[in-house]
Design a protein around this ligand. Structure first.
Ligand SMILES: C[S@@+](CC[C@H](N)C(=O)[O-])C[C@H]1O[C@@H](n2cnc3c(N)ncnc32)[C@H](O)[C@@H]1O
Length: 250
């Protein structure tokens, strides 16, 4: 039977159903400790005040962060999921509300077992917006799946719905880097990939931060030493030329 074409409403309905019926397999319910370890965010959590959890699941990460005193917001495709954590969060967003979030709002954004359920177009939008709403030194810690030969790099509308539902959307590290760079972000850490033989995937954990190109972020006097040396060199050349011209005239 041919696989069904992607439809956004099918995916939303699927997650709504999963949350309404507390479907254990679909929602996974990773422990907060497991997520923290995999994403290597122990220290980042200690330093963070404002956190955004993408993909609520059973809400374990969200509840943990709130219980240790962080201001936590969540983003999920399913209104039912947002409702699940309403007593533990300061703000709750659906994907199309990401644009409304003020720039530089979060120290830490986490996403665990979510990207492998998403089409590329939505993931690109999420990465773009997440980089925008990260504070200057904030980190977006994300898990994603990769499958070497069978990656869905660059596809916009051809990822079959059943594959997204099963969490089998894989992407190469190269592709992930390219979209992160496209939106002025950079990968500052990545885990050793973990191989999952039953699905044939490698799972990566990565840290994404805002890229801060020197000429965008700093005034001229803060530029690196080489720029200063280069400017002095040019100045010296022009002074020498001027001096030689003067001398030849006299
Ligand atoms: C497999 S669960 C993972 C939950 C949890 N983070 C964990 O590791 O156990 C995926 C969660 O992501 C949400 N989700 C799926 N697609 C999403 C999307 N495009 N944007 C935001 N959340 C999404 C689902 O509703 C669900 O809560």
């Amino acid at each position: 039977m041919p696989e069904k074409k992607l439809s956004k409403s099918d995916m939303k309905q699927f997650w709504q159903e999963a949350h309404k019926k507390d479907m254990k397999y679909e929602l996974t319910g990773s422990s907060a400790e497991g997520v923290i370890k995999f994403l290597n965010i122990d220290q980042l959590i200690k330093e963070a005040s404002d956190c955004l959890v993408i993909g609520v699941g059973f809400g374990y990460e969200t509840k943990y962060l709130t219980n240790i005193g962080k201001r936590v917001s969540v983003l999920d495709i399913s209104p039912e999921a947002l409702d699940r954590v309403k007593d533990y969060t300061v703000n709750r967003y659906l994907p199309d509300q990401l644009e409304k979030i003020k720039a530089e709002s979060f120290d830490l954004i986490i996403s665990h077992l979510v990207t492998q359920h998403m089409p590329n177009k939505d993931l690109e939008h999420q990465i773009n917006q997440s980089i925008r709403i990260l504070k200057q030194n904030g980190t977006f810690a994300m898990q994603f799946a990769s499958r070497y030969k069978d990656n869905n790099d660059g596809l916009t509308s051809d990822i079959p719905v059943p594959r997204m539902m099963a969490g089998l959307v894989s992407r190469s590290l190269k592709y992930m880097k390219s979209i992160i760079n496209k939106f002025d972000g950079k990968i500052t850490w990545r885990s050793t990939p973990i191989f999952l033989p039953h699905v044939g995937h490698h799972w990566y954990g990565i840290h994404i931060q805002k890229n801060k190109p020197m000429n965008k972020m700093h005034p001229w006097y803060d530029q690196p030493r080489w720029l200063l040396s280069y400017s002095f060199y040019i100045l010296k050349l022009y002074t020498a030329r001027f001096y030689l011209k003067l001398k030849s005239k006299s």
